[in-house]
Design a protein around this ligand. Structure first.
Ligand SMILES: [Zn+2]
Length: 470
């Protein structure tokens, strides 16, 4: 059935309709979702597509409420957000251009471009060295004294260049610790913003309790009212990051990626932050439409002035519009949460090979997200992910238990010194945290075209006999 035909002309906004609609949307690919939403937009004037709001810093289109996920990444874990798909760099209205897709630029080039003009050739080579030393979070792990010794340069020169780097964008880059990164950001913000009084003392002395949300404790230590501490905590959360290197993405400089056309068919793209082999994974989940859906506010007001059948007809349209918007948002949140778990649990596979795929079941992920297993099945269905290698895999692959176990079985047998029995292989799998039965090993071994241990032994004996005969 075409997705468009799933639209129910007159939807009562009941829990059932809501659930059905969310599940339907969740089970569709991005293209199918787009087709369905466009059909509702075309038939129902109460639903409209508005321009996405934009991050004031990086101009990225924001599809969900809240701060920009790239400029204000979470402290921990992957950075996951809804993004504009490639080749859709223009709003439907055509009025406003999204930032042009930038040429891939490395953080080091970006920094050198900012400070290059003010440095002498000698200082530039110091800058080259220091920038190359920045860790994946954009922090400087080495002291200026060490760098000066290594470079055979006066300490004053190294410090001058380091301070120049620290004045660059992204704010806090080149700081020698997360605390220093936060303080540099505060100083920059203080030039244009009111910084709550408690921000600096919290950064200097109370980051640990802040991380645990112990506002009462901080309030007592600083002899400040708790609301002031809460306001400061909110300011820190929304405006500061101890990992300035991560915000480099905020300038739309993408890591070197294969042809974006390659990603055209994917629902989500996994990337690494530039220059950050150890950094968090970034997952862009492509939105089906460029813009945000909402109920047309004028029509909502107008309905109240109508009466009789006309009113009922328009109320139905408003309800349908509200339902579609809500269900889309809900299904997107589910996919984002799923993507975050995949990035977290399957990082090794995403960056590596099939062998690193960790056995994962829909049931366990459902339990982790506190949703029904069928919700995860829908979220996985008809979706594809682009990996940093440029490979596009169906999301179901992440749950392909047999593939990874088969891979491990094959590698265990390939590396055996003597033919291992299926029971022994099962035992070794168990040691690696993959509990499977002996008969499952036998099945996978057969699927890999590997003979049983007894026959492998005979095969070996024949081979060595043939070798010694020749
Ligand atoms: Zn931003």
């Amino acid at each position: 059935m075409l997705p468009a035909q799933r639209a129910i002309p007159r939807i009562r906004q009941t829990a059932t309709a809501h659930l059905t609609q969310t599940m339907n949307l969740l089970g569709l690919s991005r293209a199918e979702q787009g087709e369905f939403l466009n059909s509702v937009l075309a038939s129902n004037p109460a639903l409209e597509l508005t321009k996405p709001t934009r991050c004031p810093t990086c101009r990225r289109a924001l599809y969900l409420p809240g701060p920009c996920p790239v400029c204000h990444p979470a402290r921990e874990g992957p950075i996951v957000f809804l993004a504009t798909p490639p080749g859709r760099g223009r709003d439907e209205s055509g009025e406003e251009n999204l930032p042009e897709p930038a040429q891939p630029e490395r953080l080091s080039d970006f920094l050198l471009r900012q400070i290059g003009p003010e440095l002498s050739p000698e200082e530039r080579s110091v800058a080259n060295y220091l920038i190359a030393r920045l860790d994946e979070n954009g922090l400087m792990p080495e002291s200026s004294a060490e760098a000066a010794r290594y470079l055979h340069q006066p300490l004053a020169v190294v410090e001058k260049v380091l301070h120049a780097i620290q004045r660059c964008d992204p704010p806090g880059i080149g700081a020698t610790s997360p605390i220093e990164a936060l303080l540099i950001q505060v100083e920059q913000l203080a030039e244009t913003h009111d910084v709550p009084q408690a921000v600096r003392p919290i950064i200097l002395e109370h980051l640990e309790p802040l991380a645990h949300g112990e506002f009462g404790l901080i309030a007592r230590a600083l002899s400040l009212p708790r609301p002031e501490v809460e306001a400061a905590a909110k300011f820190i959360r929304l405006n500061l990051t101890p990992y300035p290197g991560r915000t480099f993405l905020g300038h739309d400089h993408q890591p070197t990626a294969p042809d974006p056309e390659l990603y055209h068919e994917a629902e989500m793209v996994f990337r690494l932050a530039p220059n950050a082999a150890e950094g968090p994974l970034i997952v862009e989940v492509y939105a089906p439409l460029v813009g945000r859906l909402r109920v047309n506010p004028e029509i909502r007001t107008l309905v109240k002035t109508l009466s009789g059948a006309e009113r009922e007809n328009w109320e139905g349209k408003v309800e349908e519009a509200a339902l579609v918007e809500k269900c889309l948002r809900q299904s997107q949140v589910t996919v984002l949460r799923l993507a975050a778990i995949l990035a977290e649990e399957q990082r090794a596979f995403i960056l590596g090979t099939d062998r690193e795929l960790i056995p994962m079941t829909r049931a366990r992920i459902a339990a982790r997200l506190e949703v029904h297993e069928s919700t995860i099945s829908r979220a996985v269905s008809r979706k594809r992910a682009a990996l940093p290698s440029g490979r596009i895999v169906p999301l179901s692959k992440f749950f392909d238990r047999s593939l990874s176990v088969r891979d491990v079985v094959r590698s265990i047998i390939a590396e055996e010194n003597r033919p291992l029995t299926d029971t022994e292989v099962a035992g070794m799998l168990k040691e690696r945290g993959i509990p499977v039965a002996r008969r499952t090993v036998a099945k996978y071994r057969a699927m890999e075209g590997i003979l049983p241990a007894a026959l492998r032994r005979t095969q070996r004996a024949q081979r060595s006999a043939a070798l010694s005969a020749s």
